[in-house]
Write a protein that binds this ligand. Structure first.
Ligand code: ZN
Length: 251
């Protein structure tokens, strides 16, 4: 019950936290952190302190755009992952022009389940080759549509992935890794193993798990990753209401 109340407060009434986002970036700048992107992961081995900001744009493009403006103003780089449904050509071009990173936030397993009303995990396994083919096509289309060569991708976690206990990340298998050998998966161990503290944002009222990023600065952590989702940074009554209705229809 409390969770539902917090969700409603977060989505429909909460005050914007974008000033807090700006302050957070300033705190890292003032503590000599270098801002690197996901595919800069080799720099994690250097002696400097690094911060990777990873944005998973699951919804709320307008909020992502405001965060990008803040980063531009402060001169820092980050990584933006777009789902098929949140892609925005003009915005992607702006991010690339500025020098931040753009990646594909993929979810072909979840999409296949939704579109085909899949009821069992077996049904996913049986269709895996087909889903992988579609994933490959989508990577190529993403590159073509936005005129870029992807250097990183990140799997999206949908409630369907949790329901059937299968991550979209299984799609990026040996075979596809060979074909797209310049692409790294954001959850790959070459990155994760070098991250000293990985922090994700979350819903009102906690906002961070496992700790507030200020702790990373206080403890002088060397390599820090912040996973950011637009949803927890501002209310968006219209968009959230629309998404709730769509979700109910799908169910
Ligand atoms: Zn996601």
């Amino acid at each position: 019950m409390v969770k539902i109340f917090n969700r409603i407060y977060n989505d429909y009434f909460m005050k914007s936290r974008l000033k807090e986002y700006e302050k957070l970036i300033l705190d890292f700048i003032n503590n000599d952190y270098m801002f690197i992107t996901i595919s800069d992961y080799k720099k994690l081995k250097d002696n400097d302190k690094h911060l990777i900001i990873r944005h998973d744009i699951d919804s709320d493009l307008a909020i992502a755009k405001k965060m990008f403006e803040i980063e531009k103003k402060l001169g820092v780089k980050s990584t933006y992952y777009f789902r098929k449904q949140t892609c925005d050509k003009k915005f992607i071009e702006e991010i690339l022009k500025y020098g931040s990173e753009v990646g594909y936030h993929y979810e072909e397993i979840a999409t296949f389940c939704k579109e085909n009303n899949v009821k069992t995990r077996d049904n996913i396994i049986k269709n895996m080759d087909k889903i992988k083919k579609l994933f490959e096509t989508n990577i190529k289309e993403f590159e073509k549509e936005y005129n870029l060569k992807l250097t990183s991708i990140a799997s999206h976690g949908d409630f369907i992935n949790r329901k059937f206990d299968i991550s979209n990340a299984v799609l990026f298998d040996e075979n596809l890794r060979k074909k797209f050998n310049k692409i790294v998966e954001a959850y790959d161990s070459v990155i994760e193993d070098n991250i000293e503290l990985r922090i994700s944002d979350c819903m009102y009222p906690n906002f961070w798990k496992p700790v507030n990023p200020i702790v990373a600065i206080e403890q002088q952590k060397k390599n820090v990753l912040l996973l950011i989702h637009t949803r927890w940074w501002d209310k968006a009554p219209g968009e959230r209401f629309k998404n709730e209705i769509l979700r109910l229809f799908r169910k």
